[in-house]
Ligand binder design. Sequence first.
Ligand code: HEM
Length: 376
Amino acid sequence: MPYGSWWRRHKRAFWQHFHPASIDRHISIQKKYTRMFLRKLLAEPSRLREHIRHTFSATVVKILYGVDVADRDDRYIALIGKVLSVVVAFTPGKYFVDVFPILQYVPKWIPGAGFQQDFETWRTAALEVKTMLFREATERVGAPGSSLYAEDAGRSVIAQLAERVDHETREAAFEEYEIIKNVGLTAFEGGADTTFSTLQSFFVAMSLFPEVQRKAQAEIDFVVGPNRLPDYSDRDALPYVNALVKEALRWQPVLPFSLPHSTTEDMEYSGYFIPKGTILMPSSWACLHDPEVYPEPGRFIPDRFMRDGQLDPDVRDPARFAFGYGRRICPGRHFAEAALFLNIAMVLYAFDIASPIDDCGKPTHIEPRMTDTMLM
Ligand code: HEM
């Protein structure tokens, strides 16, 4: 969606529910699903990846739509997954049409017009899913039944946005509903895969850098004690865990080239002429791995953000790069950081993370490897 008034209306609707002061509203849901995540890890640690995916997908679906997803093989998550496969299209050069825009006029039945078929599938899936989830969220609010159920569902982001739609004219109301449906789907799309990827990198890092893990656990044990799980309210008292979250965002950034943007007019930058319509991709990776700013960038060192036992405000915050730039900066960043903090603190409180044990009882050697798609 290009920058403009249509985008601004989406941003405004989204931001009402994800600005820093609104994050507290989502914490109880996040905590519930993180506790579920801990139980799943305990029961079936070998399904780690699946559990991570589930915990973020379920949290976001609940916050947005008020829907409780099933523990496994959930139909909502499966449907949304179909829509999420569109992410591959964000990789410039994936389709010839990026290089030869004339191809966009080729009918989809011509052999080789694969992108047309793919876009058609995604478009249909997106329309189907956003409409169905919107209906679910709004029907729940008015549904007869237990008042607790209705009250709980009424708190969902989509239900709250829908309640405020002004029905003065049919066209205006139609537009508002369209925006709300889009906000739901893009929030899911923006939120589920990114946090999923960051938490996976966290698990890899903990297996590779056990001394970091022990230090974080010692801080948690000291502050939280043995009788309760860490809470969001412990955030300020756990600077090292906060530093660890920053390092998780920096070490293997989910979007190393952020998202591609396109210039809206001819411009000149540092002596280079950049014509209108040029695709620009910021190398967030280079900024996050700049050895001048982050010495030994390939190592996972949360201590780089610490000074005298507290977070050092003079070290550049990786959030400045990991979440994109300018007016299109990730609007879910405050929620993402809160969700990562809770998951990381609670996992470290309850578990030791180590590489798998081989047949002789020895820990196996892990070599991290990243996927080569736009979203790592
Ligand atoms: C670790 C977690 C996350 C990372 C690293 C991340 C990163 C990013 C980046 C790099 C962009 C592109 C910014 C640009 O175009 O310059 C973006 C956009 C976006 N993100 Fe996130 N994100 C995360 C979590 C979330 C969450 C939890 C949500 C929703 C609750 C979310 C919603 C969005 C949306 C809606 C956009 C599109 C904004 C627009 O086009 O104007 N993200 N994110």
